[in-house]
Design a protein around this ligand. Structure first.
Ligand SMILES: Nc1ncnc2c1ncn2[C@@H]1O[C@H](COP(=O)(O)OP(=O)(O)OP(=O)(O)O)[C@@H](O)[C@H]1O
Ligand SMILES: [Mg+2]
Length: 413
């Protein structure tokens, strides 16, 4: 049997923040898949947190195969960069276009990696600390990200070096992490190729959702000058230096993203059931229902499974739905009234009947209870729009107002 050298997987313990080796990954060339095994030392120390309760339950002396991502386990794939980070890593490490997912896990830095997992070649956990840029650097960081995305020369050579050395966060858009006091934030700049001010739309939508009573990640929009700007979003997988375990909705739904599209697994009610299975409280399923409705009203049709997540809350010792992130209304005025994920079995269309059809799977007692919740939420969404949208340009505000009214009609009819 030929296998790759083992890649050790480290976990920052949710209880005391110590780094431990939780397992090891290796790619088996004969079986053409990756194998993950929990470390005997982890079990011997009496530790038993599963890094993925759906796909990798804690079990000793067992090699778990990886049915997706060309042999990389879902939880490890979640700790890898996506399109943006991979593009940087390809340039930096001369990785071919068709490089396997696990190569990106190996090549990406632990410094800003999502969640509480890290990887390394030594059996003993070792995770180097690299300081993140600080808030006063936000403007130059945003400019550097834009320059990088355009293959332009560096604005600040040192910062450029830092950015290309540490990409590990997911997503397609250029982004980097910044520190402000105790908190870590993701910074996403406006790009010259954007058809509208996407970061501002993200900030407005997240604010709007919060005003309507949803748990949306905190955002701040920074104008940078000459029409440029960036949004920063507080990272929910960090509490100071502590990293919290996370998993994507794609992992919970056992689907690939990117990769599979419009799969039957892409479903809000199914995700709600997965939340229940992993021990999240009932209120998280109702919150998910609320987000589905909000995405429908505001026109965030990029609500794919990797744009949902759960986070292990150490204080509660259980998995919770993470705050909402990447909620961005599509600026296309001719947007179709559909979401990426099914709102009920077989349906992605935005209308009252489709949204309520599977409501009990979100934990409502019956359809009447869900109807009352829906009407109350639509009222709050409608009434918080004006406050949230005041930062938009007049044209975008009008586009959003028209869309909101249309979708409210669909959901009230
Ligand atoms: N507030 C946050 N806290 C922690 N992690 C986050 C937060 N926001 C996003 N992430 C993580 O970073 C990834 C990329 O962020 P985001 O989805 O905002 O970027 P994007 O490039 O716009 O994504 P997409 O490819 O969906 O357009 C997410 O998939 C998620 O794993
Ligand atoms: Mg995203």
């Amino acid at each position: 049997m030929t296998t790759s050298k083992p890649l050790f997987v480290y976990l920052q313990r949710p209880d005391n923040g110590e780094w431990v080796t939780v397992g090891r990954y290796r790619f088996d060339e004969t079986l053409r898949t990756g194998l993950f095994r929990y470390a005997p030392s982890y079990a011997e120390a009496g530790l038993a947190w599963s890094i993925d309760p759906v796909n990798l339950p804690f079990r000793i002396d067992h090699d778990w195969g990886a049915p997706r991502y060309r042999g990389l386990h879902d939880a490890l794939r979640d700790a890898c960069p996506d399109a943006w980070g991979r593009a940087l890593l390809r340039r930096q490490h001369h990785l071919p276009d068709e490089a396997a997912d696990w190569r990106f896990l190996e090549a990406s830095s632990n410094a800003e990696r999502w969640g509480a997992l890290a990887v390394g070649r030594t059996p003993k956990a070792s995770v180097a600390h690299i300081a993140s840029p600080r808030l006063p650097q936000l403007a130059v960081l945003a400019q550097e990200l834009v320059a990088l995305s355009q293959h332009a020369p560096p604005v600040d050579a040192k910062l450029r070096q830092r950015l290309v050395a540490t990409p590990s966060m997911g997503g397609a858009r250029p982004k980097a992490t910044i520190r402000d006091g105790h908190d870590y934030w993701l910074v996403k700049p406006y790009l010259p190729s954007d058809l509208a001010n996407i970061p501002l739309l993200e900030h407005v939508a997240q604010t709007w959702g919060r005003l309507a009573g949803l748990n949306c990640a905190h955002t701040i929009y920074h104008p940078i000058g000459s029409g440029l700007g960036a949004v920063r979003v507080r990272r929910f997988d960090r509490q100071g230096e502590r990293r919290l375990m996370t998993l994507s909705g794609a992992t919970l739904l056992q689907t690939e993203y990117p990769g599979q599209t419009a799969a039957a697994q892409w479903s809000y009610p199914r995700l709600a059931e997965e939340l229940r299975m992993i021990g999240a409280p009932d209120q998280d399923r109702i919150e998910l229902f609320g987000r589905m409705v909000f995405n429908a009203v505001c026109g965030n049709d990029d609500d794919h499974p990797r744009n949902h997540a759960v986070v292990f809350q150490p204080q509660e010792n259980r998995w919770r739905l993470s705050p909402a992130f990447d909620v961005v209304p599509n600026p296309d005025a001719d947007l179709l009234p559909v979401l990426s994920m099914q709102v009920s079995i077989g349906r992605t269309d935005i209308c009252r009947d489709a949204v309520l059809a599977d409501a009990v799977r979100f934990g409502f007692d019956n359809r009447e209870a869900a109807s009352a919740f829906l009407d109350n939420l639509l009222h709050k969404i409608e009434h918080s729009f004006v406050t949230a949208a005041h930062e938009l340009t007049e044209a975008l505000r009008e586009l959003m107002a028209v869309r909101m009214r249309r979708n409210l009609d669909r959901l009230r009819a």
